[in-house]
Ligand binder design. Sequence first.
Ligand code: NAP
Ligand code: HSE
Length: 338
Amino acid sequence: MPAAQPFVPAPRLAPSAELRTVHIGLLGCGTVGQNVLELLSRRRDIFADIGVKLEVCGVLVRDAARERDVPAGTPLTEDPGFLNECSIVVEALGGVEGPLALLLPILRSGRAVVTANKAMLAERWDALRGYAQAGQLYYESAVMAGTPIIGPMSTVLRASAFTRLQAVLNGTCAYILTQMEGGKPYAQALSEAQALGYAEDPPTLDVGGFDTAHKLAVLARFCADGDFPYSAVQIQGIENVTLDDVAAAKAVGERIKLVATLERVGGGWHASVAPTRLPETHPICTAGAGRNSMVYVGEECGELFFAGGGAGGLVTASAVVGDIMDCVLGFPGHVPLH
Ligand code: NAP
Ligand code: HSE
């Protein structure tokens, strides 16, 4: 057997070394897309350190004439033709069939897609799973925004047999329920969550529990079943939670949270989303308004706790840009269970 060779990391580039230009396209320039552009410009030096100059070929929007807070020269357009020139496409549009139709040709041609779109991932896994298995799909930002959960679940946590998870996965509902504890009416708290850039369009996706269910289905494919169907998630939202309900829970040291649960029942998996009363000392109650949290239990890794920002522009952009960096460095995307 040949003698083992020590690992030699790639040398840092000399300052004068020529940078490789990587063309990327951005679909959407709303809360997420706008902050992705901002963060890409802040992190230009890190891309240069890894030998790359990113060039944004186009930014797809509905209304290119609308005034926006974007770097000067941003190539806003209503025509997706620029996608032909891009080797990486970042999707931050929302919806299901519209983005899928734009992304499938990119994926078929072997190119990489970074997406924040959990609705599309959850509902059209039939069309996307093969590309995820090939490592072409990056989607850390789709669940818990900038709080890393898909990364650990698609890598190190696989070594430990998964038992169950319980989580708050929707920033809008977390914000609304926390504000209601202070006596704020539901409708006012929802408008504030919308103004903060947390809510989906339409917000029924949040308050009806569907966004949480999308995220739970995405996660289940890493720890339970690589084909886990979105339709298997039982869903109840927070629309019928009243100020009286929240106050009654508070009076006995409890809080109401929209909780996603995934656990083994019999020979299969049970996935549900429902408003749930928990002791106020429960770990998933301790994350602040608008934040996400998760208790994850595996046989060998034991009980783990993840918490942090789960919605909003920059915190989501941090995961999107992290995925772009991984892609540029040659790491594969997030691969589900086989
Ligand atoms: P948003 O603020 O509503 O932005 C959507 C963007 O997409 C807008 O720029 C819009 O163009 C563009 N767009 C929508 N439909 C289009 C179409 N048919 N053709 C061309 N452009 C279109 O949404 P967002 O909050 O950034 O969310 C985007 C995605 O990220 C969603 O999948 C969402 O679930 C996901 N996400 C959001 C967050 C968050 O905290 N907001 C966190 C994680 C993941 P105009 O500007 O011209 O209207
Ligand atoms: N609407 C979502 C939320 C955005 O409120 O959590 C982040 O996925």
